[in-house]
Write a protein that binds this ligand. Structure first.
Ligand SMILES: [Zn+2]
Length: 391
C-alpha cells in the first residue's frame, strides 16, 4: 500500500519530462493501473483464504471440501464458502479484517449477501449458462421490431414469421440464429466439455460431486435443474459426435443437429453472393417468400383500397402484374437486361419467372452475379416507384 499512496508523476512536454510531482489524491477510479493493483491486493486475500486449509477449526462448505474451495473471485466480485457454523464464519471474518488492516479495502455491506442451506454453490454455477425463455422472447421481440419497423421497442408488425427469418439462407431465411436452440446447443456443449475437458474448476466440481467416475451418468435427484439439463444432453452429444466427429465448432454442429432440416426453396441461389444494397436485398427476399404487401393481399386482409396498378392504371395490382406483366415494368426490364447484354425477356407468370431467375442467377460466374444485382435492384426500384406513387 505504501507504493500506492506515495505515487508521483512526471509529464512529457515536447519530448522533455517535467519535474516530478506528488499525486495528492492517490490512485483514482479509471486509472489504468488500478485493475493491476486490485489483482495484486486480491491475491493477498486469496492467499490468506487458501491458508484456512491449515486451520482445524475451519470447516469447508459441504459441496467444496473435495476440491478445497474456500472462495471464487471474478473481477471485483468475491464469493466465500464455508460451513454455516459460528466458528468457521468467525475465521473467515478474521481473514477479512486482517486483509482490511493491510490494504484498507473493505467489502461494501450494502452489496453483500449471505446465503445459507448449501445452495449457493449450485446457483453460482447455474448462473453461468442458461438464458431464461422469457428473456430470449424479449430479445427476439426487439430484434423483430427493429427489422420490420426500425424501432427500439417491441411491436407486432411483421410480414414474415420470425421462425422463417432465423432460418439459414439456404432454407429461405435471413440466416439469423434461433436463440433458444442456440442456447440449448450451448448447454449441450457444456455436456461435451464435461466429458472431454477436465481441467476447468466447474467441471472438476461436477465430476467430484455428481459423476464420481461412472461411465453411465446417473442423474442425481438433488442436483440443480441446470446440472440435470447439462448432464441430460449426453445422448444428443453422442449422436452428433458419431455423425460429425469431435473437433472445433462443437456448438455449431450441435445447433445444426438440433435445429433439424427444413424444406429448401429453389430460389435461395439468388440470396448468396448478392451484392445489391441491403434494402433491395431485403425486398426481393420478402417477394420470394411471397409476402410483399401488394394490393391483392391487402384486399384479402380486408383493407379497402383502390385495386388498380398505380404504374400503368390498366389492370389490378398483384405481384405477377407489378413485376412481370405491367407495361411500366416491362420497359424497365427491357432496358436493364439489354444493358447487361441479357438476351432473354422476363416471363409473364410467377412460376416461369422463378425458373427464369434461377436459370440466370445460379452459380458464381460474374454474369450470374451481375444478373442477381440487376434483378434485385430492378425489383426494389419498381417497388419504391410504386410506393412513392401511392403514399
Ligand atoms: Zn401496371
Amino acid at each position: 500500500m505504501h507504493c500506492v499512496k506515495t505515487v508521483n508523476y512526471a509529464i512529457v512536454v515536447n519530448g522533455q519530462t517535467t519535474q516530478r510531482f506528488d499525486a495528492a489524491k492517490g490512485l483514482r477510479q479509471g486509472d489504468p493501473m488500478s485493475p493491476f493493483l486490485f489483482a495484486i491486493a486480491m491475491e493477498y486475500l486469496s492467499r490468506l483464504l487458501i491458508g484456512l486449509k491449515e486451520e482445524k477449526a475451519f470447516k469447508y462448505h459441504p459441496k467444496c471440501s473435495k476440491l478445497d474451495i474456500t472462495h471464487l473471485c471474478f473481477a471485483d466480485d468475491l464469493l466465500l464458502f464455508s460451513r454455516g457454523d459460528l466458528e468457521s464464519i468467525k475465521i473467515l471474518q478474521r481473514c477479512f479484517s486482517e486483509f482490511f488492516q493491510a490494504s484498507v479495502l473493505q467489502a461494501n455491506l450494502t452489496k453483500s449477501s449471505i446465503y445459507c442451506g448449501g445452495v449457493q454453490m449450485e446457483s453460482y454455477w447455474a448462473q453461468l449458462f442458461i438464458i431464461p425463455i422469457k428473456i430470449i422472447k424479449v430479445i427476439e421481440g426487439l430484434c423483430r421490431s427493429y427489422l420490420w419497423s426500425g424501432v427500439g421497442y417491441v411491436t407486432k408488425k411483421a410480414l414474415i414469421a420470425w421462425e422463417k427469418v432465423y432460418c439459414p439462407k439456404y432454407e429461405g431465411g435471413m440466416g439469423l440464429i434461433n436463440m433458444k436452440v442456440w442456447n440449448t446447443a450451448a448447454v449441450a456443449k457444456l455436456c461435451w466439455d464435461l466429458a472431454n475437458k477436465e481441467d476447468k474448476l466447474w467441471i472438476k466440481w461436477i465430476h467430484a460431486y455428481y459423476i464420481k467416475g461412472q461411465r453411465e451418468w446417473k442423474m442425481r435427484k438433488h442436483a440443480s435443474w441446470i446440472i440435470q439439463k447439462v448432464m441430460n444432453a449426453q445422448k444428443i452429444v453422442e449422436q452428433v459426435q458419431q455423425v460429425q466427429g469431435k473437433g472445433k465448432g462443437m456448438i455449431r454442429k450441435l445447433y445444426c443437429h438440433m435445429k433439424g432440416e427444413q424444406h429448401r426453396p429453389t430460389w435461395t441461389c439468388l440470396m448468396f453472393n448478392n451484392a445489391a444494397r441491403p434494402k433491395a436485398y431485403f425486398t426481393i427476399w420478402i417477394m420470394m417468400n411471397q409476402k410483399l404487401a401488394t394490393i391483392d393481399r391487402l384486399a384479402q386482409w380486408g383493407v379497402a383500397v383502390d385495386k388498380t396498378c398505380v404504374l400503368c392504371k390498366n389492370a389490378d395490382e398483384n405481384v405477377e402484374h407489378l413485376f412481370m406483366q405491367c407495361n411500366f415494368a416491362r420497359k424497365l426490364w427491357g432496358r436493364l437486361l439489354s444493358w447487361i447484354e441479357q438476351q432473354s425477356t422476363v416471363p409473364l407468370t410467377w412460376e416461369q419467372f422463378l425458373q427464369w431467375c434461377i436459370q440466370h442467377g445460379k452459380g458464381k460466374s460474374s454474369a450470374a452475379q451481375m444478373f442477381n444485382i440487376v434483378l434485385t435492384e430492378g425489383i426494389y426500384g419498381l417497388w419504391m416507384e410504386r410506393n412513392s406513387r401511392i403514399f
